[in-house]
Write a protein that binds this ligand. Structure first.
Ligand SMILES: [Ca+2]
Length: 413
């Protein structure tokens, strides 16, 4: 029995020596372990809108010996808001007051670059405060923080109200906020189609918040004077977050769609009759047509005179808001108090009078307005005249006087 043991011990010693000689690496590794190169995690992009969610993308450098085997993100985003990931076997579970999202697939190879991404259903704000962990074999977890989705920052500012109205020489964009807790300011974007990807910024400088950090809101108006008359535009409001700052493109999570807006110039269309002659003191009816396609026609004017001035002529004004006719009195240098059509009254000036009872205003389609003016020229208001029309809108745009016809008032002598 003793002999057998001796033989076995000798044999074992020979075997160990042989192994050590044949595989020198094993002995060397035990004597001096190779330095571990930890993996690294870098932020690539996010949140990027990828219908139907917001994608965050990162690159993992796996390092070597041992390579990174998995990555963990500690998010405040509940697991049920994670709608897709680059790793179909990724896990999400509650971890303290956060949620731990773990990626495992695609790692374990030395010095490799692996892209990992996840898609959230909500457009969270980015900040450099999301903790992460990188795990390499049995090595201690490498921890750090990285740009990621933060939950406790408000998203697009809450609008109490907004409007797009025709203004003087442009579209007036107005909005009122409910609060501006993390708002630095605003930018406006515009497109001729209802697609924000085709929109361009129209605010050269950021419109600063009037109530930065306030739980109260504020009101804003901006006139888009670059909007062409008669063109429909779509507008978007981006609120610049304190944590993000202004960018070159709309930051989608912080964008409110404002809808479509347009403005138009008021114009005079025609007058009937547009040429002829009449005797003083006899009634002469004129039908004048006006239009403002954005529907904010405010005043229309019909002037019979040899030149486009109120002085020396017979001018009739109709005010859309009140529905009152008026005539310009050259002696007083002002418009006479208005009278509603249908009232048995005349408005009189040196050049003649307007029979208000037989005059009328009739709105038509597409912002048109037909004015019927029953005029009796004064006995001394004779000679060749022109018929001038002018339209003004509520925003203060004016067509200016435009000659639409010629009229001769014959002399009674
Ligand atoms: Ca207008």
């Amino acid at each position: 029995m003793n002999t057998t043991i001796k033989l076995d011990s000798k044999l074992l010693l020979i075997l160990v020596t042989l192994v050590a000689l044949l595989v020198p690496g094993v002995a060397a590794a035990e004597a001096q372990p190779a330095a571990t190169v930890p993996g690294t995690l870098t932020y690539d992009s996010g949140p990027v809108f990828v219908n139907p969610g917001y994608q965050w993308t990162y690159t993992v450098f796996t390092g070597r010996q041992p390579a990174v085997s998995h990555v963990e993100f500690y998010l405040c985003v509940p697991c049920n808001e994670i709608i897709a990931t680059s790793d179909t076997r990724s896990e999400c579970k509650k971890s303290g007051d956060r949620y731990m999202l773990k990626f495992e697939t695609g790692f374990g190879v030395d010095n490799a670059y692996v892209t990992v991404w996840f898609v959230l259903s909500t457009p969270r704000v980015a900040a450099n405060t999301v903790p992460y962990g990188l795990k390499s074999g049995t090595e201690p977890m490498v921890l750090g923080t990285i740009r990621g989705p933060v939950c406790d920052v408000p998203m697009a500012v809450t609008l109490r109200d907004s409007s797009l109205t025709p203004g003087k020489g442009g579209v007036v964009v107005a909005w009122e906020t409910a609060s501006e807790v993390s708002t630095l300011g605003y930018h406006l974007y515009r497109s001729r189609t209802n697609d924000i990807n085709t929109a361009t910024r129209i605010t050269p400088q950021m419109i600063f918040s009037e109530a930065p950090g306030s739980i109260m809101g504020a009101r804003y108006t901006y006139t888009d004077a670059t909007a062409m008359a008669g063109v429909t535009y779509y507008y978007w409001l981006e609120d610049i977050d304190i944590m993000i700052g202004p960018g070159d493109a709309p930051y989608l999570p912080n964008v409110n769609a404002l809808g479509a807006g347009r403005w138009n110039m008021p114009r005079s269309l025609k007058v009937n009759p547009y040429r002829g002659a009449s005797l003083p003191l006899l009634g002469q009816r004129f039908n004048a047509f006006f239009q403002d396609k954005d529907g904010d026609l405010a005043y229309t004017y019909l002037l019979v005179n040899s030149q486009p001035t109120l002085q020396g002529g017979l001018a009739v004004r109709y005010e859309v808001a009140t529905g009152l006719f008026s005539v310009y009195d050259q002696r007083l240098n002002q418009w006479l108090p208005g009278i509603a059509p249908g009232v048995r009254a005349n408005l009189e000036c040196p050049a003649g009078k307007l029979n208000v009872y037989l005059s009328s205003a009739q709105p038509g389609s597409s912002g048109t307005l037909k004015i019927t003016a029953m005029i009796r020229f004064g006995a001394r208001f004779t000679g060749q005249k022109q018929i001038w029309l002018m339209a003004e809108d509520a925003a203060g745009n004016s067509s200016g006087w435009v000659a639409h016809g010629n009229w001769t008032i014959l002399s009674l002598r």
